[in-house]
Design a binder for this molecule. Sequence first.
Ligand code: KG4
Ligand code: ZN
Length: 348
Amino acid sequence: MADEPLILGIETSCDETGVGVVRGHTLLADALASSVDQHARFGGVVPEVASRAHLEAIVPTMQRALTEAGVTLADVDAIAVTAGPGLAGALLVGVAAAKGYAIAAEKPVYGVNHLAAHVAVDTLEHGPLPEPAIALLVSGGHSSLLLVDDLARGVTPLGATIDDAAGEAFDKVARLLGLPFPGGPYIDREARAGDPAAIAFPRGLTAAKDLVAHRHDFSFSGLKTAVARWVEARQRAGEPVPVADVAASFQEAVCDVLVNKALDACRSRGVPTLVIGGGVAANSRLRAMAEQRAARHGIRVRVPRPGLCTDNGAMVAALGSHLVASGVAPSRLDLPADSAMPLTTVGV
Ligand code: KG4
Ligand code: ZN
């Protein structure tokens, strides 16, 4: 609707420079420049390389987004920017750019939480999020279960990973299987030709004794080690590693735990809506398994399309739009970038 506020969102927390434009819940532009190819040979994101790439990409990406949306900066009602968590230098580029554009065009600026933006992005595809909802947030740096009572004002963490994030586990297992970085999409692809029941890998923090203290928490480092030991044993025996079967069995173990714990959180809180966000939410098996198992319990699963699950500017614009619509005040112009911003802070 033309009378809804026009919000621009800037994302630079990791290796994607993203600028998105939304009007209300309608996505108008989602421009992205990735430095992933520059990090691939290091097997992980190099912070200094990422910061420099953001510096080079931010202005052209901004221009592309405005052109794609068919608007000018003067038309924009507010600018939202990821203020944390993320890589300090990378965040600074986006925050400085947002402040510059905000001052030049006399617009309010909203510094927002990257993780809350991964939840908010779903509103661009499925409309307003029914609250309360349970959110399963699975990215390269975070794995959490959240109770979302009011996304504009704060979320309640129910549990989180006690070691590796889900995406990190995908990336590390991909590496030991000789697949490129970032490994998640490659494991997803390999797994399609594999047997998910070929190898019984462990499901972390699901034993009865673990559920007492860690009912809503995750652990993936034991799984990663189990995969490494299994692969090493094959190599020592001089046998070929069945990459597709290992990928499928590993992926099945991760998804099994994520889905069961998310649905358990929904049931224990009597919440009928599960929203899944973050890069790992792009995983085809996670999406299918969540749909299937949720249906048995009458729980509705909302997952944005894969392109909106991984980092982008549209998610930041979506959260900014939600904050504006909820009457939340803008940030001060001296807002800091906070690389360790807690999950409970939605906007600064
Ligand atoms: O949310 P995101 O783009 O960046 C962070 O905020 O961390 O998530 C990146 C993570 C990486 O670990 C990547 O391997 C994983 O998401 N990922 C996937 C898939 N696509 C991306 N993991 C599993 N399956 C996928 N299809
Ligand atoms: Zn992310």
